[in-house]
Design a protein around this ligand. Structure first.
Ligand code: ATP
Ligand code: MG
Length: 183
């Protein structure tokens, strides 16, 4: 499974619709301070379901919507879509048969938020389910941010275990069990 395209519109500094192709296994993003590099990482974590504004470097969840600039008016909504190449079958389950999987999130100024899987409306939970055990998720190890290495090195064994379980692919089953037990 490989992230192959990121599409953004109205998200933070990406006011105009932008398509960022990631054609190879390694892509570097370079640019001057404040040009929007970290906003791309925020976008990925946001689509994955991150719902704590401070983890997206904002105060409110609607802060991800383009807030206007000296030359542009604010916009009413933000969308981000991630397209995954799943030809290796890295994503399993209901959507595993698709060679390409699209995950999209939209938020409007009134706070209304929606998620889409291959174009169909879905729950945040469905997105989380899709990626459980793949290492990808709003807070999973596939995104290593500044300071996270030392956090992992210094983590308590029980916190470290969460990452190991995700890497081993068993977090999916533990999550299911938790859900069943809570019913
Ligand atoms: P650095 O090299 O300093 O880490 P960067 O390329 O990572 O910079 P970002 O943090 O991604 O930069 O982008 C910051 C820019 O995004 C700022 O100019 C900020 O004004 C703009 N920005 C963030 N949120 C919004 C928003 N909701 N509306 C408009 N612009 C925004
Ligand atoms: Mg940055």
């Amino acid at each position: 499974m490989r992230l192959s395209t990121i599409k953004l519109a109205g998200f933070k500094s990406f006011v105009d619709p932008a398509t960022l192709p990631l054609p190879t296994n390694m892509t570097g993003v370079v640019g001057p301070n404040g040009c929007g590099k970290s906003n791309i990482i925020d976008a990925i974590r946001w689509v994955m379901g991150e719902s704590v504004a401070s983890r997206l470097r904002g105060d409110a969840l609607t802060d991800v919507i383009f807030a206007g600039s000296t030359t542009r008016k604010p916009v009413g909504q933000a969308t981000v879509e991630l397209v995954f190449d799943n030809s290796d079958g890295g994503i399993q389950g209901e959507y595993g048969a698709y060679a390409e999987i699209s995950v999209k999130r939209l938020v409007a100024r009134d706070g209304q938020s929606a998620y889409f899987l291959n174009g169909s409306r879905c729950r945040r939970r469905d997105i989380a389910d899709l990626f459980l055990g793949t290492g990808l998720g709003p807070r999973s190890y596939s995104i290593i941010e500044q300071g996270m290495i030392s956090q992992i090195v210094e983590a308590r064994p029980e916190d470290l275990r969460v990452h190991l379980e995700e890497a081993a692919g068993i977090s999916r089953y533990k999550d299911r069990r938790r859900e069943t037990e809570s019913r």
